[in-house]
Design a protein around this ligand. Sequence first.
Ligand code: PLP
Length: 366
Amino acid sequence: MNKIIYLDAAASYQKCESVIQTEIDFLTRNYANAGRGICARAVAVDDMVQRCRAKVAGFMNARTDQIVFTAGTTDAMNMLANMIPMSARTKLLVADIDHHSARLPFDQKVRARAGVINVCPLDDKLNIDVDNVPYADVFVITAMSNVLGMPQKVADIIRAARQKNPNVVTVVDAAQYVVHEKIDVRAWNCDFVCWSGHKIGADTGVGVLYIKNPESYMPVKFGGGMVNKIVGDKITWNNPPDVFEAGTLPLTQIAGLAQAIDELNQNRPNMELIKYAFDELQKIQNVKILSERDACVLTFVVDAMHVLDFGALMGARDVCLRVGNMCASWVFARLNLDGAIRLSVGAYNTIDDIKYFVKSVKEIVK
Ligand SMILES: Cc1ncc(COP(=O)(O)O)c(C=O)c1O
């Protein structure tokens, strides 16, 4: 049997039986396109998509017209970098805990327009410094770093940014946050939130973009399903969210997403496992832990050992971890490191997985 100890949920979460079965049922018994047919089968697919949209809206405390299905966080961030007006006068604010996917789409756009990019101060634990948020026109906020795993005080950060500029456009990357903490877009008072289905146990290829004021933005993708009428040169778009969803949606993945949310609502990853691993690793000489004990991931380095060598040795023991810079170059520049080793857990992981991990680390560093 191909048994591995999978401790890499933060890269992508394993899928539970009910999510897989939901997708199989959809593909084998209920498949049709959405938004295009009037036969009972096609209408049932429309209903399935709307039910999932309503579930996502409830999950984030949003309205259904504010929920847009995307291909994932990266896709949504690239959409937003084209949707949010930015000029040479735009002051973009980012932070060094950002993932490449959140920061680069905006960074590249603002650079191309010769706008200003400022970096938000972090405190001594590399959390966003709520008391020192500078002025911004557009602010990309990472709700949880994929390297350090600490939930940021998103509502406070946005409140501080709005004190400097009431019109600041706030974009929240919740790719890591979503599986651990409840998202409440009203409490956050943010303009946009993005996350990926595969980080909560749904399939790859589906993600969610929340838009606070969908009527205020124009689509940046064009195609089928978003047009109400074209008469000569006059185009009338469909209402949100359809206007932002050009082309065929990832229907199978949307079916699985609704199921994954149900599973997550019942069973979130157990952070006691991270604390246990933290306490055990702290006893091992040569291991230097970078994350906090109450973080949602455990990130560390081993003295005099390259992280890729460590990852290969763990792999040889069937332990699957993330090693390297984790697409978060800026935080590693702050840490003065090229990369690290990260352990993360899903609801499917057990204490035995962590004990095996600890035993393997001890064997490798001894
Ligand atoms: C914090 C963060 N943001 C964005 C992303 C990008 O997500 P995706 O690759 O699903 O688009 C990731 C993925 O690891 C992430 O951890």
